[in-house]
Design a protein around this ligand. Structure first.
Ligand code: DCP
Ligand code: MG
Length: 366
């Protein structure tokens, strides 16, 4: 036998996600908020949406992206704080520093969430479970916060595992348990299965991983397009997507050069509306929201100017993008010149380290 032939090594992947991130940081910094139902974002006057809720508030059903009005109906004693993005960002940088003691293969998904590949860890610890434990202890003792971790041989299972025992959870799904774990998963847990796909699956009698596994790849593709072959592979534990540290997006924008230069504000606003629509589409395709909007304008003499506005929250909504761009445009003196190009860009994302999603995976969003 050729001794140089090696069996492929199983990877060791950790998915780590902070618990009620913004709310926990606020409760840490303001002791009077501890043990209380807290919403970060939104406001007690009923305006705006909740960015996240403390676990005390979740008992009442308060959730991320819920309107403040609804949240207060569910929990009349709910307290609100204004998000402190700079503080959350600082915590996120410290988290990255803790992760980097064990590996450089870190793929941040947002400020509070990352994949780590510890197949070969820097300290030669060898056990991914042990590394996850040490990371959780460091986060507790150095940052005074809790995280939940999932440990497995691929991203798909590690991510699902990290949510199982939240908050302060640690869940290890080893190679011998992977198949039965995936088979028993409700379909909603599969990446890319939103409400629409879940309903479609249930109408077809597909409720769990095992039900999915009993359909051929051809059938799944027929039913769900490209996502079908993703499901076919995931349900067999065949997830070889690497942990990718390098691929960052700093901004997302759209610009349009007009066939005929424009000088009429109404016509320009109409163009901004179309551009805002496209920007929203691009942001949503990547599940991203930005805090800074930049309006770019080029005159017919090729002089170019930009104007910025920073929001209080992360935004991706086309109406907000449009209205903000209109306000910025309104303040610009066109000096009787014509405009040949308009552009809108969003930047300052939740994480400066947001990786590009695998282009193939974008198709799996509902
Ligand atoms: N966030 C937001 N708007 C959303 C969802 C999240 O602004 N619609 C922000 C606030 C969260 C942070 O991102 O604190 C992290 O998001 P998570 O989905 O990880 O939620 P949490 O960390 O708050 O709670 P969990 O314990 O469920 O992870
Ligand atoms: Mg979290």
């Amino acid at each position: 036998m050729d001794e140089s032939i090696k069996l492929p090594q199983l990877r060791k992947i950790i998915h780590l996600d902070m618990d009620a991130f913004y709310a926990s940081v606020d409760q840490r910094d303001f002791p009077e908020l501890r043990g209380k139902p807290l919403a970060v974002g939104g406001s007690p006057d009923g305006r705006g949406v909740v960015a996240t809720a403390s676990y005390e508030a979740r008992k009442y059903g308060v959730r991320s992206a819920m309107s403040s009005r609804k949240a207060m109906e569910l929990c009349p004693d709910l307290l609100f704080t204004f998000p402190r993005f700079e503080v959350y960002k600082e915590v996120s940088i410290k988290l990255q520093e803790i992760f980097s003691r064990y590996t450089d293969l870190i793929e941040p998904l947002s400020l509070d969430e990352a994949y780590l590949d510890v197949t070969e860890d820097k300290q030669g610890i060898g056990s991914a479970l042990e590394i996850a434990k040490r990371i959780k202890i460091a986060i507790q003792s150095e940052l005074n916060l809790t995280a939940s971790a999932g440990v497995s041989v691929n991203k798909f299972v590690a991510k699902i595992a990290s949510a199982i025992h939240k908050p302060d959870g640690l869940t290890f799904i080893g190679p011998s348990k992977i198949i039965s774990f995936i088979e028993s998963l409700p379909v909603e847990k599969f990446f890319g299965v939103g409400k629409v796909t879940a309903t479609k699956m249930k109408n077809l009698g597909i409720f769990t991983g095992l039900d999915l596994k009993q359909r051929s790849e051809k059938k799944l593709i027929q039913l769900f397009g490209k996502s079908g072959s993703f499901f076919y592979r995931m349900v067999r534990g065949l997830d070889d997507r690497p942990v990718q540290p390098g691929r960052m997006i700093k901004s997302i924008g759209v610009e349009d050069t007009f066939e005929n230069d424009l000088d009429d504000k109404e016509a320009l606003n109409l163009e901004l509306e179309k551009i805002a629509q496209k920007v929203e589409k691009r942001l949503k395709a990547r599940n991203m929201q930005g805090r800074t909007l930049t309006l770019k304008l080029k005159f017919n003499d090729f002089v170019q100017i930009t104007r910025n506005h920073s929001f209080c929250s992360y935004e991706s909504d086309q109406d907000i993008i449009y209205q903000t761009a209109v306000l910025l445009l309104d303040k610009i003196d066109l000096q009787d010149k014509k405009v040949r190009l308009l552009g809108i860009t969003l930047s300052n994302f939740q994480s400066e380290n947001i990786p590009l999603l695998n282009p193939q995976l974008r198709l799996f969003k509902d």
